[in-house]
Structure formats: C-alpha cells, structure tokens
Design a protein around this ligand. Sequence first.
Ligand code: CO
Length: 213
Amino acid sequence: MPSDDSPSIENLLANNVAWARRVEAERPGFFRKLSAQQAPHYLWIGCSDSRVPANEVVGLEPGELFVHRNVANLVQLADLNCLSVTQFAIEVLKVSHILVCGHYGCGGVRAALHGDRIGLSEHWIRPLRSLCEEYRAELDALPDDDARVTRLCELNVLRQSRNLLHTQVVQDTWDRNQPLAIHPVIYGLNDGLLHQLSEPITSNEQGVALLHV
Ligand code: CO
C-alpha cells in the first residue's frame, strides 16, 4: 500500500483529466491526430526503473517513441515480448533507431553482482550473473563496490546491444538495406544525462567490431 503522503488513484485520475485538457488546450486536435496514426522513428529498450522515464529523458512527445522496458533492460533471444516489440517496431513502424538504454545504479545489475535473493527476478537476471562471472577479474580489480556496479551497468548495455545485433530481425533488416542504427546508451540517475557507450551501430560488421562484450 502507498504511504499516507502518496497520491491516491483518484488523484492520479484527476491529474490525467487536467493533463488531457491542458494538452488539448495548447494544441487543439492533438489526441485526434495521434489516435489516427502512430509513426515513431525510435524504439527504446530500457529498464523498468521508475527513475528513467523514457519519453521525458529524450524530450519526445506521445507518438514519437516506441517503448519496451524490463528489469535491467535485457535483450534475450528467448524473450518473445522483447523480440516481438522489436520486430513490430522495425517491420511495421519502420523505426530507424533503437536506443538500448541502461542506467547507473541499476538494482537488477546490483542484485546480480551481489547474488541477492530477489524472488522470481533472480531467474530473469541470470544472464547478468553470467556476465558478471565472465568479467570477474576486471570487476574485482576495481576499487570498490560502487565502481563494480557502475562498470557492470555499462557492460550490460554493451552485451544487450550485442544480443540485439544478433537477432534475426536486426540481421534481416540490414540484409534488405533498411536503415537501422543501434545506440548503446546509459543514463545517469545523478545528473539526468545520457552517455553513449559506443558510436551508433549501423551494420553487422561494425557491431561485431565494436560490441565485443
Ligand atoms: Co534498472
């Protein structure tokens, strides 16, 4: 249950009415136009963390960003949800950019690093435990736990970007010369800034060369 100072659901619904009225007043016909067509150019694959609101972070309006979020922004080949979102975004909506966005201080990454007991999510973040083991020597050489979490958050974005690169849907996209760029980025909870972890990946060869995590 929310604490006493949390807004009630009635508050949220009232907020919604106020927001819809404000938007419509500022831009008459906004919702009517939006309901007729969805044509975003960008797909965001990010963490479910409430502190990383996808649209706000990149200054995009409703209708401009297609979004998939899960705990620790994983791209797994057996995840039909993530794969179908990606396929729909590329093949139907024709998005030409995918942001794979992690964030520093990610709870899922920290739990994987520490081996924390977090219920079902333990199964979900298992690939991160493996990543952690792969990079154990590099992580152990860092001065403290914060530095290890930070580095693992970055490695995670690069690994998930590489997983995305290896999906059939992305390979097929480049095979038919449909433009597509993958952008590995990480968000700073402390300063609200996105940092690029590599240059945009626009071909398989480039991805293989740059994403060796
Ligand atoms: Co997170």
